[in-house]
Design a protein around this ligand. Structure first.
Ligand code: HEM
Length: 430
């Protein structure tokens, strides 16, 4: 495992650290002291170098149109080692140290597979995530949000991540996967340990912890898949098992991807929204005045603080892009959080404006063949949860500075200390 870490993470970590010390903004985003802090000054530096910047690490862009093109154009492939033309010994090491674990950031996770194979993994999931299946989760989301808010009434100083933003999507994704009650809390812990694996250049300790979480998840999802094959439930994952022709390993990879993608991103969306709204009371007042503005507010939070800040692609052939020649197998970092603040597309891009008419043009759910399959579920969860929270607690306030969780790819908070001083009359006992 150490050799694999050294090849995939340790060596890039050392290289990135040197580049970060030299001031390379992309390296500083990935491993610098700024990681997980405020990425936007560094993104502005990258933007200042042109629509497509050649950095010492890879090509990088915060340009909305270029990101959109790279996501939709089949001359770009996913950035996995097989597409990168790495030196033969490195490829050998990667192949021979593969622990065959369901890592959402490695094939056969559909995120890291190109067409045509990609369709085999994606199709059963897309078929199971019908608008009807997603809408059926609405009642459960309302129920879970209400239970969590009832508990918050007895906690005047809650952490709005641990006590609200995290348990809600965890419960819903467990419902999607048909996971029994007793293992749901472990799923949360595993998600936290596995999330850093989406970054590049993670430490050995973080990598080892993430791999352990994957090992445990693999065991548990393996047993779970066997159970559902014999006794399918009415959950979305049972439909995926029934309708696809995926092997046990491929199903475990799909389950881990859904667990990770469904939980780690949505908790950040809800957390980012809570902080933004508490810091912009004028915007919150507009929502209290007109609750129909909630869906637009969720889009604006997605735009301004993209929960997935970046992804990457490699060129499948030589091509011209934004006046540059890119050879085949080159990597391009697509800074989605930067594209969402592209001044060519969004007026006053750094301003939080819940009534922004084109907020929905953000790229937070990616695009093209890998466009997020859970976008409508995430939107629905966030709109229901946030509205319920702010309607129940009319005087909710931050009680200290929220702590960011310090990752490069995922943007969000680990803790949001708050006070729930007063509640709406609706729930106050008379
Ligand atoms: C705010 C919440 C969410 C955000 C910001 C988000 C973002 C993303 C992004 C950026 C990608 C594509 C990455 C790339 O192109 O390289 C993606 C893919 C995906 N997401 Fe989400 N996601 C969210 C919620 C969810 C939920 C709730 C689910 C499922 C329950 C989900 C399932 C997936 C799946 C299965 C893929 C892989 C699609 C493919 O590769 O074909 N996501 N998501």
């Amino acid at each position: 495992m150490r050799v694999r870490w050294a090849t995939l993470q340790g060596a890039p970590r050392a290289f990135l650290a040197v580049q970060a010390r030299r001031g390379e903004p992309l390296a500083r985003l990935l491993v610098g002291p700024e990681r997980g802090g405020d990425p936007y000054p560094l993104i502005r530096q990258i933007r200042a170098r042109g629509r497509l910047a050649r950095t010492s690490i890879a090509w990088a862009t915060a340009d909305h149109e270029i990101c959109r093109t790279a996501l939709r154009d089949n001359r770009f492939k996913v950035a996995n080692p097989a597409n990168m033309n790495l030196p033969k010994p490195i490829n050998w090491l990667i192949r021979h140290t593969d622990p065959q674990l369901p890592n959402p950031a490695e094939p056969p996770s559909m995120l890291q597979v190109d067409p045509p194979d990609h369709a085999r993994y994606r199709r059963p999931v897309a078929h199971a995530f019908t608008p009807r299946a997603v809408d059926k989760l609405r009642t459960r989301i309302i129920e879970v949000a209400d239970q969590l808010l009832d508990r918050l009434e007895a906690a005047p100083h809650p952490d709005l991540i641990a006590d609200f933003a995290a348990p809600l999507p965890a419960e819903i994704i467990a419902e999607v996967l048909g996971v029994p009650e007793e293992v749901r809390s472990q799923m949360l812990e595993r998600g936290e340990a596995g999330a850093p694996l989406l970054d590049i250049g993670v430490s050995w300790k973080t990598f080892r912890r993430g791999m352990q979480a994957l090992q445990e998840g693999d065991r548990e999802f393996g047993d779970h898949i066997e159970r559902l094959r014999v006794e399918p439930g009415d959950d979305i994952f049972s439909h995926i098992i029934r309708e696809g022709d995926l092997s046990r390993r491929e199903l475990a990879a799909t389950a881990m991807l859904l667990a990770g993608a469904g939980f780690e991103t949505t908790v950040n969306l809800i957390g980012n929204a809570i902080v933004l709204l508490l810091q912009h009371q004028d915007q919150l007042a507009m929502l209290r005045e007109d609750p129909d503005l909630w869906p637009g507010a969720v889009e604006e939070v997605l735009r301004l603080e993209a929960p997935v800040q970046m992804t990457s692609r490699t060129t499948a052939c030589d091509l011209e892009l934004a006046g540059h020649h890119l050879a085949a197998h080159q990597t391009i970092a697509l800074l989605l959080g930067g594209a969402n603040r592209d001044p060519q597309v969004f007026a006053e891009p750094d301003r939080f404006d819940i009534a922004r008419v084109n907020a929905k043009d953000h790229l937070s759910f990616s695009g093209g063949v890998h466009a997020c399959l859970g976008a409508s579920l995430a939107r629905m969860e966030a709109a229901i949860a946030l509205r319920a929270l702010f309607e129940r607690f009319t005087d909710l306030q931050l009680d200290g500075t929220p702590t960011p969780h310090g990752l490069a790819t995922l943007r969000g908070f680990r803790h949001i200390p708050a006070t729930t001083a007063s509640r709406s009359a609706r729930r106050t006992p008379t």
